[in-house]
Design a binder for this molecule. Structure first.
Ligand code: SF4
Length: 472
């Protein structure tokens, strides 16, 4: 089953795909079910239980207000940061939760909803309790006037904004199994390329077009890239420190001004500074709670745009060429990255809470390296080699964000992993694609390493930098 590029890369809010986007989706799914089942008008109360990593680091990730946004019916793909901020301010001032207000539909006029005296402080947190399926667990119950349970659902936020409801498969849209080039492993992907004579991006595009018209696919990919660009630009317009209390200074706006002054001719010598800048900017915007493309997660969202910046500004296939040529290359870049992302999602995990940061930043670095190799004209074997090299040198990366905030080490880590991706691509392009360690072997190794990693290094705020660095 092929996971669509629109599942792997979706537009949402920062700072975390698993701890912000997923919980918000769970809230929205729940309220829709209540709406379609018992009916919103019969709800008089709520009970929300938050488990494991979601509870342990939920405060720094905006998990709890994100659940409330979902319960009001906001869709993560559509909500604007200003709308979210307005609701946060209203709740802080004591305003009620407006259950289902944003759902629309026949039961409730848009903008109303069932007013409930329910607040973030009412959520019950169980940081030391891990539900059997996944560490990011969330149970939502709607209660009637007599306290009776009208609806009761448990969700798991399994990484990258994907959610699962207890008792059913991942509730993501994915392409039907009628895709023309099915693959579950890197070896199968290469085999599909050999049989068809297509590149990896062409295989991915053909699979996408099995579910949607080609024009819709291309427009959707262009939209993803535009949101990535706007995300970076938005960060460059900001100033001051990031929210959350760590007093982390925004560096991207200053670096941008300096680069514009120093690198007036866009000299190749400065490529790494620009790549660093884009990664920092996107991740600063993510930490701000801005609009972001999960790629494949929010914590790792700067890598694909940063390496994409390299591709569009420094690769021969784009350098000095028109916007249409760049668009075409960006599509190839993102389609290839998504094809490789499929392999990580199917064979391992892209969740920091499940396998550590190697699953988030490592996967993104590998996906970006593959996409860049495709733009550089690599064969499918070279593209696969680039993905393999990038992951091989991210193995073992732990997830230990200070204060549970997606800031330190996350922001710089994206810049470092972007440079690794560029290097991995360039190394792969120096070879013929033949390599000793296969992409599948390194993906399985990542999965096994993640399983062996102590829980304290998997987004629990109980190990590593999260406990060894004083927060203020
Ligand atoms: S350390 Fe890595 S996995 Fe953990 S929150 Fe930061 S970017 Fe995500």
């Amino acid at each position: 089953m092929y996971l669509s590029i629109f599942d792997l890369f979706s537009v949402g809010l920062g700072p975390s795909s698993s701890h912000t986007v997923g919980p918000m989706r769970a809230g929205a799914d729940f309220v829709r079910r209540v709406h379609d089942g018992a009916g919103l008008a019969s709800v008089a109360g709520l009970r929300v239980d938050v488990y494991g990593s979601l509870a342990a680091t939920g405060h720094g990730h905006g998990t709890f207000p994100a659940i409330l946004l979902g319960l009001e019916g906001f869709r993560v793909e559509e909500i604007l940061p200003e709308q979210a901020e307005a609701r946060y301010a209203a709740w802080d001032a004591g305003a009620p939760l407006l259950l289902g207000a944003q759902l629309g539909g026949s039961q409730l006029p848009d903008g109303e909803g069932v007013a409930l005296d329910y607040h973030v402080a009412d959520m019950i947190q169980h940081p030391l309790t891990v539900l059997p399926r996944h560490t990011n667990g969330l149970r939502l119950q709607a209660l009637g006037a007599a306290g009776e349970v009208l609806a009761d659902e448990t969700y798991f936020s399994i990484g990258g904004g994907f959610i699962e409801r207890l008792g059913e498969e991942a509730s993501v849209e994915h392409l039907e199994s009628s895709e023309p080039y099915p693959f579950d492993t890197g070896a199968e992907l290469l085999q599909r390329c050999r049989e068809s004579g297509l590149s990896i991006s062409e295989v991915a595009l053909a699979n996408e077009c099995a579910a949607r018209p080609r024009e819709e696919v291309l427009a959707g990919i262009d939209h993803l890239w535009d949101v990535m660009e706007e995300c970076k630009d938005s960060a460059l317009r900001r100033s001051g420190t990031l929210p959350g209390g760590l007093n982390v200074r925004r560096r991207a706006p200053e670096w941008h001004a300096r680069l514009l002054a120093e690198d007036t001719k866009r000299d190749f010598e400065y490529w790494q500074e620009w790549v660093n800048l884009v990664a920092l900017a996107v991740n600063e915007e993510n930490a701000t709670g801005g609009r972001i493309v999960t790629a494949p997660t929010n914590g790792a969202a700067g890598i694909i745009p940063a390496v994409g910046f390299y591709a569009t500004h420094y690769a021969k296939a784009c350098r000095g060429l028109g916007e249409e040529v760049k668009r075409e290359q960006v599509r190839r870049y993102l389609l290839t990255a998504a094809a490789i992302g499929n392999l990580y999602k199917k064979q391992a995990s892209i969740s920091g809470a499940e396998v550590g940061c190697q699953g988030e930043v490592g996967s993104a670095s590998s996906m970006a390296a593959a996409g860049l190799a495709e733009v550089l004209g690599g064969t499918p074997e070279q593209v696969s080699n680039a993905a393999e090299i990038a992951m091989e040198h991210n193995l073992g990366l732990t997830c230990d964000p200070i204060g549970g905030l997606v800031q330190i080490p996350c922001i710089e880590r994206n810049a470092i992993a972007s440079a690794k991706a560029v290097n991995a691509s360039r190394m792969a392009m120096m070879g013929d694609g033949d390599h000793r360690v296969s992409l599948d072997e390194v993906i399985i190794t990542m999965r096994e390493t993640g399983k062996d990693m102590l829980d304290k290094y998997k987004e629990t705020a109980r190990g590593g930098l999260a406990v060894n660095v004083v927060e203020c």
